[in-house]
Write a protein that binds this ligand. Sequence first.
Ligand code: DC
Length: 229
Amino acid sequence: MLSKAPVITLDGPGGVGKGTVSGLLAKQMGWHYLDSGALYRLAALAAMNHGVDFDNESALAVIAEHLDIRFRQEADVGVIILLEGDDVTRQIRTEEVGSNASRVAAFSRVRDALLRRQRAFRTEPGLIADGRDMGTVVFTDAPLKVFLTATSDERARRRVLQLEQSGSVVDYDRVLRDINERDERDRNRAIAPLKPADDALVIDTTELSIESVLERVLQQASDRGLMNL
Ligand code: DC
């Protein structure tokens, strides 16, 4: 039987701050957290490691179906992500893997293969689900759906900061170009394109701090009776 644990979905384009807001929200509410982008990134990295052609939907679907991954909570460093036993926590965050993730994500057979894995994260007391189609496809019955937006300049600025903090040397113009390319592909693909669900609360975060975005989402969760369930 499918779990009916409550879900809050946070969708939006890359670099908008979904990951940060979702992580804080999950911590504050004591709920589980699904980083669905990480699953697409892991599928892309597995395909790269196995030399699979990024135009070969059947081979990519096989990779997605057989992904050998583990999320391990470590006391000091947080969650460690293992692919076929190797720690790939940092490697999956590179722009190269992100861009390839956006390519594999355009194939319906890859998306189908990852659907069941994503829904398995829905357990009590609740789930914060972060991605592109959490509210439109994966958890359509979520009691609260949020869609975050920001200008691509602001998202590029945030992504550069994030990459620099993790020790990478990055070029702003290149990051902006990658963000625009990825947006284009994610928004215009035929299957599960990036767009707000009809019943989503849309928040433009361009001028907002992480704290004020978090506060708005928590207020909505409280208004819908989702706190202290
Ligand atoms: O959120 P992210 O940057 O980690 O996601 C990487 C890519 O994966 C993104 O460009 C599109 C794809 N993706 C998707 O299609 N659906 C999701 N629910 C999450 C990510």
